[in-house]
Design a protein around this ligand. Structure first.
Ligand code: NAG
Length: 379
């Protein structure tokens, strides 16, 4: 990301803020008059012909338990040593968190009782932009690299390219990945049309350029499982291996692809109408998935304006309420940890009593002791 690192300050007194489409639009237009002509000129380009607006959540689901101030009590880990740590993979045996940074480094962060004791190691630089991460049984790291495709990094730190295209159509934003019990790798290409530098346009354009695929390490073959996805993102294999969950960021939903049973090869609902835009998803044990939530849902009318302003001025900060959503095996919402001050949280994993969060823009990992700061019944 070309974005500069977001500053992280303790939460100031928040004015209750409602995003009214009209007032925000007016504000943007008044604040960026230069953009106005461009907005009018380019409006047509972003008319979203195929975008199934009807499928966008009209009413988003809310979790029965929330912690809406997750910054309170949360600690900063590896401060200044990990920039844009997008996804996290936990190596239980070594008590290490792998994370991929915007400078191409995959770093290893030790898990310690005190955040001050954690050590950060520059492990391997892919030369691209490591996003989704998953460990194979053998301990090798599988990487969805936004720039380079699907990679494997061996314990000897050798980077192997596994796949960069399917049926002649190159991946442009390899994004999420997970590995099944049998070794099959499931992964997404968020977009064949836009690369990472331009990911915001893909989201704004709202056309389905995403694919969900599998890679068989024995045959080295890529199989297309689903296409025409709206920014296909995080991937997580169910603990019973019956299906794989994948997130579609722009549609605020996660779906499942059946691997077994009478619905094998079909797609079903998993978690629709999410209260925000999902990024990575991880199965964290005890019947729970953690979904990294980049932001609350941006009203559709803002999408277009934002795209215009981004193109001709700079990217407006529309994201807020980033955090981690906890859903159960059936995709039902359980807990929601978020904060108005947090944006572009991309990943959440569970280590001991902590949620560890990755993000696209912060120069640290965030962790929260959920025993001490739990989500509480919302009413
Ligand atoms: C990848 O995305 C960039 C723009 O973000 C585009 O210029 C390029 O043509 C795309 N690559 C392919 C193979 O379509």
């Amino acid at each position: 990301m070309s974005e500069s690192s977001a500053t992280f300050s303790s939460p100031p007194l928040q004015k209750k803020q409602t995003i009214s489409c009209l007032s925000t639009t007016l504000l943007i237009i008044i604040a960026f008059p230069v953009a106005l002509a461009a907005v009018l000129y380019r409006l047509e380009l972003f008319e979203t012909f195929h975008f199934p607006s009807g499928e966008l959540p009209q009413r988003t689901a809310t979790a029965p338990a929330v912690n809406p101030r997750m910054q309170v009590g949360s600690e900063v880990v590896a401060e200044g040593k990990v920039h844009g740590p997008e996804d996290l993979a936990y190596d239980k045996r070594r008590r290490l968190i792998y994370t991929g940074c915007e400078d191409g480094w995959i770093k290893r962060v030790t898990v310690n009782e005190s955040v001050h004791d954690s050590v950060v190691e520059n492990w391997v630089n892919t030369g691209g932009r490591p996003l989704g991460l998953a460990l194979e049984k053998s301990g090798e790291l599988i990487v969805a690299d936004g720039d380079l495709g699907l990679l494997r990094v061996t314990q000897e730190r050798k980077v192997e390219i596994l796949a960069q295209e399917h049926d002649g159509l190159k991946f442009n934003l390899t994004d999420g990945v997970d590995v099944g019990e049998d070794g099959t790798i499931y992964f997404t290409d968020a977009s064949y049309k836009y690369n990472l530098k331009d990911f915001y346009f893909d989201i704004m354009e709202g056309e389905p350029h995403g694919r969900f695929m599998s890679y068989n390490p024995a045959t080295k073959k890529v199989t297309l499982l689903a296409r025409n996805l709206y920014f296909a993102n995080g991937v997580a294999v169910a603990p019973d291996q019956k299906f794989v969950v994948y997130c579609e960021t722009v549609m605020s939903r996660c779906r499942k692809y059946y691997l077994q049973g009478p619905k094998k090869g079909r797609i079903g609902e998993f978690s629709p109408n999410l209260p925000g835009m999902p990024d990575n998803v991880h199965y964290v044990g005890q019947g729970k998935y953690y979904i990294g939530m980049a932001t609350h849902v941006t009203p559709q009318c803002l999408r277009k304006i934002a795209a215009m302003v981004t193109k001709y001025y700079r990217r407006p900060n529309l994201e807020k309420n980033g955090g981690v959503l906890v859903v159960d095996l059936a995709g039902k919402l359980r807990d929601h940890y978020y904060d108005p001050q947090l944006s572009l949280i991309s990943s959440g994993i569970k280590v001991d009593n902590y949620i560890y969060c990755g993000s696209l823009s912060y120069p640290f990992l965030l962790r929260l002791d959920v025993k001490q700061y739990p989500a509480l019944p919302s009413s």
